[in-house]
Design a protein around this ligand. Sequence first.
Ligand code: ADP
Ligand code: MG
Length: 234
Amino acid sequence: MIQLTDVTLTFPDGDGRITAVDRARLLVPAGTVAALTGPSGSGKSSVLAVAAGLIRPDSGSVEVAGVDVAALSPKAATDFRRTRLGIVFQQSNLLPSLTATEQLCALHALGGRTSRASRTATRDRAAELLAAVGLADQADKRPHQLSGGQRQRVNIARALMNEPDALVVDEPTSALDHERGSAIIDLILELTATSGAATLLVTHDRTHLDRMDQVLVMQDGRLTAGSAELARQV
Ligand code: ADP
Ligand code: MG
């Protein structure tokens, strides 16, 4: 579950401050996808950053899977993201020199010495996830050998490696054509249901909104529970 209660976030702006998020409330139950939509600059990415513990809000509470994220120290927040959260951004930030399998296993290798059994378990999990995103036969490919859509699939698989309680996804289809974008949205809906993660998905593409469990519309930092219909009017 992801729950934001009365979250306000401001940034310095010249002599004053700009309010990026204005008393936002939202609740995303486990195993469901909430779409967050609205004009550019309305505060969508700021909401994700707060939910992911990347930025601490000025006020309000942020609870993800029972953890009060806004109260964590920077180190604890990093730890929380590594162990409990999956994050997918617009640009696939894959490492150029690693194969798809290695992209998924890399984080787990960073923890220092790992046993052979745990390395095998990690590779098994990577293989399972690459199959789940339709890339079983691309496991040994490096990013430059993959299409944009395939790279985004690797990103999604990587975000699921640690069996996250919550998934935050920022405009995953913006660099893809409609058909590939649609397939990515299908994948996110399917993997959210099977993994039981609570997914907060920022999307510009309104054609997908009818399939979401919940649609939230953002405007000037304000968040309103919406509908696909309302989102089309903003
Ligand atoms: P969206 O994702 O909907 O396009 P953002 O959350 O990126 O919107 O931005 C919301 C507002 O906050 C915008 O006015 C933006 O300029 C401002 N903003 C976002 N990040 C920062 C930052 N790091 N420093 C200053 N202002 C920021
Ligand atoms: Mg944004």
